[in-house]
Design a protein around this ligand. Structure first.
Ligand SMILES: *Cc1c(COP(=O)(O)O)cnc(C)c1O
Length: 481
């Protein structure tokens, strides 16, 4: 049928005969099975899948595997069409024990934020329109009043993420000038955000001050020169320097800068807007505190501890925020209406901090009671043990969750996990297969491997999704090695 098949004159004649009988693309497209696939997934996807599957059959034949019949071929085409049509961004169960997992989408939004996003997405809205004045408005004004109320800042603006916020602040205030940073704060966080690199992209010159473990006021004072523009403080969000250490306090840093007409900026990283201590969590610095100590501008993420959408928030002195807004980079880094809709509704929740743990999913996960997680584990263990029968033992064990996304790197919260330990020979290989089996479920389950076992930390298993989680356990299959 194709030159491809005929060329193989030296190959086994019967194989050539089978290949010659493969239906053509056009004939397959005309079959009822393929017509219904076209109806559901479109002609392009089906045609491409047919071509790819015929090609795969010919390649198999070349290595001696005989093609199946038409029914086999149609099943293969259907599977390929289904795979090509599957979304790539799909929900998973985050049972890693890391609440704000950067690779798994960080903060989960509350329902009110989702509603606000839906409205903004599906209807015309006041993104840059002042209804009272009947004139053009400014998208920053949708959240600035709330940010001012919550943080006490004079002004605020929002960009795409905190990396963008730092870049924009440095570029606006320190392009072709020097920025002083303590050597203990030259942070690298995941995803290639490194202070020295961001500094270069912003066209600012980094001047390192002090040593890794100790930086003194005099180190900053002595490093200030005619080209110095600002003093930068970076929250060491994913590590801790302990032992013989000292740093320069915000109050001292602000005083040094003010005496010389310079500005201070703090990259807070996670930046929670409430004192987490009131919910029994370890303390993280807040933008309020930084501003009160005299820092001029503070930047932080929207989707870390704040529990909102991905965003970078800049709060602080009005004159500096005004300069930032005028930077053409601000236009390039601005946020869209969906982000603003979600951010506004999440910020509104902060006006009633007492109810935050029940309303904000991030805080709800972080403050879940140990006994509640344990009870959930005990409810689920029989079903999981059944799914693992003959393959692994399942136990309920105490474990420790972490906040993640560079908040409180050394703190751990007591939690409970379903712990899956392989039985029989070759436990390490079996464990790898078990882990893969969980990832292959309809809603992939992502756990954490440690000490020869798979830990499924239940802190982030929302009770609303518990039934769906246990229902799909019956579908677990141990994949081939
Ligand atoms: C997370 C973090 C950033 C980057 O924030 P994104 O919102 O992910 O861009 C920058 N600085 C610090 C200290 C951080 O912890």
């Amino acid at each position: 049928m194709t030159s491809h098949a005929r060329d193989g004159a030296s190959a086994d004649g019967s194989m050539n005969h089978l290949l010659a009988r493969l239906p053509s693309v056009d004939r397959l497209l005309g079959l009822a099975e393929c017509r219904s696939m076209i109806e559901a997934h479109g002609r392009k996807t089906v045609t491409e899948s047919i071509r790819a599957e015929l090609e795969a059959v010919r390649e198999e034949a070349a290595s001696g595997i005989a093609p199946g019949d038409l029914a086999d071929l149609l099943v293969r085409i259907e599977q390929r069409v289904a795979a090509a049509s599957r979304a790539s961004l799909v929900p998973v169960f985050n049972l890693t024990g890391t609440v704000l997992h950067s690779n798994l989408g960080r903060a989960l939004l509350p329902d009110v934020a989702v509603e606000a996003m839906e409205n903004a997405a599906t209807r015309a809205c006041t993104l840059e329109y002042d209804v009272d004045a009947g004139a053009r408005g400014d998208r920053d004004l949708l959240v600035e009043p709330l940010l001012r109320r919550i943080t006490g800042a004079e002004a605020a603006t929002v960009v795409n993420n905190n990396a963008a916020a730092v870049l924009l602040v440095l570029n606006t205030l320190a392009a072709r000038k020097e920025v002083l940073v303590s050597r203990g704060e030259l942070v690298e966080i995941g995803g290639a955000f490194r202070i020295p690199d961001v500094m270069r992209s912003a066209q600012a010159r980094l001047v390192e001050v002090g040593t890794t473990n100790k930086t003194h006021k005099t180190d900053f004072e002595n490093a200030i020169g005619p080209k110095t523009a600002l003093l930068l403080k970076v929250h060491t969000s994913n590590y801790a320097i302990v032992g013989f250490t000292s740093g320069v306090s915000r109050v001292d840093l602000a005083a040094i800068a003010r005496a010389r007409g310079l500005s201070t900026v703090e990259d807070l990283g996670s930046g929670t807007l409430v004192d987490l201590g009131r919910f029994g969590l370890p303390k993280e610095p807040t933008p309020q505190e930084a501003l009160r100590a005299g820092i001029d501008l503070v930047t932080f993420s929207g989707d870390k501890l704040l529990g909102g959408p991905q965003a970078g928030i800049i709060v602080g002195r009005r004159d500096l925020v005004r300069r930032i807004r005028r930077n053409p980079l601000k236009r390039a880094l601005r946020v869209d209406k969906l982000t603003l809709a979600a951010l506004e509704s999440v910020l509104r929740l902060y006006l009633d901090p007492d109810r935050l743990p029940e309303r904000l999913p991030t805080l709800r996960a972080l403050t879940r009671a140990e006994h509640e997680i344990k009870a959930q584990a005990e409810r689920l263990v029989p079903m999981l043990q059944k799914a693992m029968s003959g393959v692994a033992n399942v136990t309920v064990e105490a474990c420790r969750s972490q906040i993640g996304s560079g908040a409180l790197p050394v703190e751990r919260m007591p939690s409970y996990a379903l712990v899956v330990r392989p039985q029989g020979g070759q436990p390490r290989r079996t464990l790898t297969r078990i882990e893969r089996g969980f990832r292959r479920l309809a809603t992939p389950v992502i756990g954490r491997m440690a000490g020869g076992a798979l830990f499924l930390d239940l802190r982030c298993l929302d009770p609303r999704h518990e039934a769906a989680f246990s229902a799909q356990l019956a579908e677990f299959r141990l994949p081939p090695p």
